[in-house]
Each structure stands twice: as structure tokens, then as C-alpha cells.
Design a protein around this ligand. Structure first.
Ligand code: BTN
Length: 260
């Protein structure tokens, strides 16, 4: 595996053929050897045996056909209140990369960070605060070359199914190029998503805005309404049916309902 190009974009990059979960490994290493794992340390894997998705779901990373990558960030001078933007930033970076590969498809992200190609999921992000609170591990999975039978759900796709052949190395470099540019601007503006233009850029690629959505709340509760905009913290503001005030969703899953 030649990750020379990608290595120039980050502080450290490691590759393993197979592991349980790159998020778990990197989060552990980040706490055990703080000095060896600075801001922008990356771990990627050819396959994961215990890949984890959001909300406790399993994430499948087929050997030789998928990208599993985690980035440790330790954003300097960014207060915790702005950390909600980090997973969105990663989803936006991946959406930009995928859009550059598939220029004729509709590519964007479903809030907060599922990347969709013509409404099918191609990539997901799992972001976790490391144990001692000194950083965040942002894990991204990308379907590179799976066939429809190899994907876990019908509403998923891969770059190959969309007609593009992209190597593991090219995907790592392409994604990290987008990530690095967004992240540098975000950190240089101390996490201010307006000053760094992150809110504007994310809004432009967020497929949820203007859509009718169902929000899954903790405790099996749901609410429905129209997604209006991202607020300054990256929360999705929903005009809930029958209510006057906007409801801010900070975490969790949404479902896109029929087009309105
Ligand atoms: C989701 O869509 O539910 C999020 C999927 C995140 C998967 C990535 S693959 C690399 C990293 N390691 C993990 O165990 N999960 C993330």
C-alpha cells in the first residue's frame, strides 16, 4: 500500500490489512501515547471485523472493496460547543470527494453526515470523543467496489456500482485533501462555522434542507416536519408540523420523507 501522497496531508498515517475497528484502535492509541498521536493522525484499514456504525449499528467493510479510515483531531483553540461541526465537516469532505468522481450524479449528505448518491448511501461517519476528552476520532467508511449483493441494504451503493473505479490509495488521498482544507479553515477560525464559511458550504451540499423529514428521538419517539436550515452549532432546525417554534436536532438520525 503506497500512501505517500496521503501522508503529506496529515501528521501521521498508518495502514493495517485488517482490524476490529479503526475508531476503537485510534481512540485507544490516542489516550495511551498522546505524544505519538498528534492532531491529524490517521489509521486506515483494508477491512474491519467489528466495524461500528452510528446508533449502535454494525458497519460492514468488505476486504479489498471498501475504505475504512479514522482521523484523530485535537483542534486547538476550538471550544467544545463547536465540536458538533466535526462530523458534518467529514461528511461534507466525503460528499465533495464523491461528487468529484461522479459529476453527473446527485451527491450530497443527509444530515448529519450520510453521503448519498442519487438517494443511495455510499459513505457514513462515526465521530467519537476520545476517553480522556483530548480529541475526537472521526471514522469514515466508503463503499468502493461492492456489488449490490455484497451491500447490506438495498438503499446503499458503491463507487463501482455508480460506474467509477477508484483505488484505495486514491480514495484516501482524495478524501483527506478535502478534509484538510475544510479542517484548516475551521480551526484557523476557532471553530466559527460562519467565519470559515463551513455553514455555507455544508448548507449547499446538505440534501436534508428543504425536505420533509422524520426525526428519531431517544426513547422511540419521532417527530415530523420540514428541515429549514443548519444553525451556528451545526444543529438541524425543523419546522415541526403544527408547531410555531423551530425544533433544533443536535444528534441522532433523520429519515427523508417524500419530496414536497
Ligand atoms: C454509519 O453510517 O453508521 C457510520 C459508519 C462509520 C464507519 C466507519 S469505518 C471506519 C470507522 N471505524 C468504525 O468502526 N466505524 C467507522
Amino acid at each position: 500500500m503506497n500512501l505517500e501522497n496521503a501522508a503529506s496531508l496529515v501528521a501521521r498515517i498508518d495502514y493495517v490489512e485488517s482490524t476490529g475497528s479503526t475508531n476503537t484502535d485510534l481512540a485507544e492509541a490516542a489516550v495511551l501515547s498522546v505524544a505519538d498521536y498528534p492532531d491529524l493522525s490517521v489509521l486506515c484499514a483494508g477491512t474491519q471485523t467489528q466495524g461500528r456504525g452510528r446508533s449502535g449499528r454494525v458497519w460492514q467493510s468488505t476486504a479489498g472493496e471498501s475504505l475504512s479510515l479514522s482521523i484523530l483531531v485535537r483542534p486547538k483553540n476550538v471550544s467544545l460547543e463547536h465540536y458538533g461541526w466535526l462530523p458534518i465537516l467529514a461528511g461534507l469532505a466525503m460528499a465533495r470527494f464523491v461528487a468529484s468522481i461522479l459529476p453527473s450524479a446527485e451527491v450530497g449528505f443527509k444530515w448529519p453526515n450520510d453521503v448519498l448518491v442519487d438517494s443511495k448511501k455510499i459513505s457514513g461517519v462515526l465521530s467519537e470523543l476520545v476517553g480522556d476528552g483530548t480529541g475526537v476520532v472521526i471514522g469514515v467508511g466508503l463503499n468502493l467496489a461492492q456489488s449490490a449483493e455484497e451491500l447490506p441494504i438495498e438503499a446503499a451503493t458503491s463507487l463501482r456500482l455508480e460506474g467509477a473505479t477508484v483505488s484505495f490509495e486514491a480514495a484516501v488521498t482524495g478524501f483527506l485533501t478535502e478534509f484538510r482544507s475544510l479542517y484548516d479553515s475551521f480551526v484557523n477560525h476557532r471553530g466559527d462555522a460562519d467565519a470559515s464559511e463551513l455553514r455555507r458550504s455544508a448548507t449547499a451540499m446538505c440534501l436534508s434542507i428543504g425536505r420533509r423529514v422524520r426525526v428519531m428521538l431517544p426513547g422511540d419517539q419521532t417527530l415530523e416536519g420540514k428541515a429549514i436550515e443548519l444553525d451556528a452549532s451545526g444543529r438541524l432546525l425543523i419546522a415541526v408540523d403544527g408547531e410555531h417554534q423551530l425544533y433544533a436536532v443536535a444528534a441522532g438520525d433523520i429519515v427523508h420523507l417524500r419530496h414536497n
